[in-house]
Design a protein around this ligand. Sequence first.
Ligand code: ADE
Ligand code: ZN
Length: 322
Amino acid sequence: MTGVRKAELHCHIEGAASPALVMAQAQKYGADVSGFISGDRYVWSDFTEFLTAYDGAAALFRTPQDYALLAQTYLEGIAAENAIYAEIFVSPDHASAAGLTPESYFDGLAQGIEAAKASTGIECRMIVVGIRHFGAEKVEAAAGLAASRPHPLITGFGMAGEERFGRVAEFARAFDIARDAGLGITIHAGELAGPDSVRDALDHVRPSRIGHGVRAIEDEALVKRIAEEGVVLEVCPGSNLALGLYPDMARHPFDRMRRAGVKVTLSSDDPPHFGSSIGREYEMAAEAWGYDAAQLTAITRTSLEAAFVDAPTRAFLLGQLD
Ligand code: ADE
Ligand code: ZN
């Protein structure tokens, strides 16, 4: 399965920093990471603690060069697993907390993206995210920033963070701003909260993709609606298991959703936090549900068809699956 070409639609760049890289950054800035890293592992026990570890790691990327290194390391790592395409969630709010302007943040990331493309051929785009638990005003500001098209590699807008904070309707304006600017739209829903959250996301945000969305499985009519509307789910099984949504892959709904006609894709979310990688996600799916190379490649095809890229790039990438 390692030969199967892969695409990753859902990975938070700050969450892709390995403990080793974060420790090197901590040494550079004389910071203490013992609160959230132990040995070669992140330490957290629930979603709230995970967010603390995530924020702690993000605080140690403070220059464009730091972000270039992070993006290049992540992308070269997944290219070695045969990924040909990735979209990374980028959070101007995290950059700002670390003292970076949005411009220097995007430029640093773009340098890393270009270096990885030069060394491996991997293609990458950025999706600006607002952080839900920072409130609607901050999320609208992130949308406004993305809508100003500050970098050509920014092709989408989304929302991450604590799904149990507020109601989706409060964030609808942010998504209107981003949609009007022609950006691709995705939103985290149906991860920490149930089917109502997914339904609200569909009603108020009209996304072409949903981050996770797996808890829609708790409502049969909703699964049917997602299938009929062709909304693509960015499913991250390793993340879902690590955060305790499901006890094991046998109970994970990915395959049931696929059989119900939902367009499901595979991603790693925050790979080192969850002991995962895009390669590992494909491997786990193959082990759990017996997918062969053709079925795994079909998942990649679904990802590329849903990717926030221009038509020539999409055609080029799809051509690599033949
Ligand atoms: N930010 C980083 N990872 C996340 C996740 N799994 N859910 C919501 N927000 C996130
Ligand atoms: Zn996520």
